[in-house]
Design a protein around this ligand. Sequence first.
Ligand SMILES: [Zn+2]
Length: 241
Amino acid sequence: MLPAAIATASLATAAFAGYHSLAWRSQLYGRTFIGTPGHGRKLALTYDDGPNDPDTQLLLDVLAKHNVKATFFLIGKYVQQRPDIVHRIAAEGHEIGNHTFTHPNLIVTSDSALRGELESCANSLADFGRGFPSNRTRLFRPPFGARRPSTLRIARKLGYTPIMWSVTCFDWKSTTADRVEAHVIRQIRGGDIILMHDGGHKHLGTDRRHTVEATDRILTRYKSEGFDFVTVPEMMEDLSS
Ligand SMILES: [Zn+2]
């Protein structure tokens, strides 16, 4: 048995490591882009875990109604199943990011498996989605926001910029548009990347109507307050200019 002091210390270390690998703003495990929270009047809407049916299509209708472009982090296995939706996302001018092929927890994924996940998702997008391998996405978001130091190092080596977020809406569980909207209102400062989900990593057809409805309300509210909705690459350009 471990002496109590050592056991406590190693537990504390494990908790610390776990916290920092999931904390979305933490830069401890490598640099990620989270927007420019607290600066400017720009906002970037991002959606994970699609393409999904029918909610991605309903979301695209809402974004078109407001003439806003968003950024979608797609799961490769769903891209293969619903290339038609991916075509629509790209055709309507939204940005696409790599969210791996099967949505594993990357804290416990080997380096070679991570490379495979990123490659398979990119190949799916090239084959089924965008149709132009040279247009491969440069954006990557780790599933669950989970990563360890080698995760980001490998993603960068493969040419990806890791993208996290500054506002989270807790819309990956069963909730309401009211609650999703309230989370956004509480956290927005300008310059934010907002994390939402148009799909679910467990299966296609996950109900995200609350996200679609909340998006409609968020766009109405913040456009009327003079905020400008941009894609993640547009927000990054701003930072470098
Ligand atoms: Zn995800």
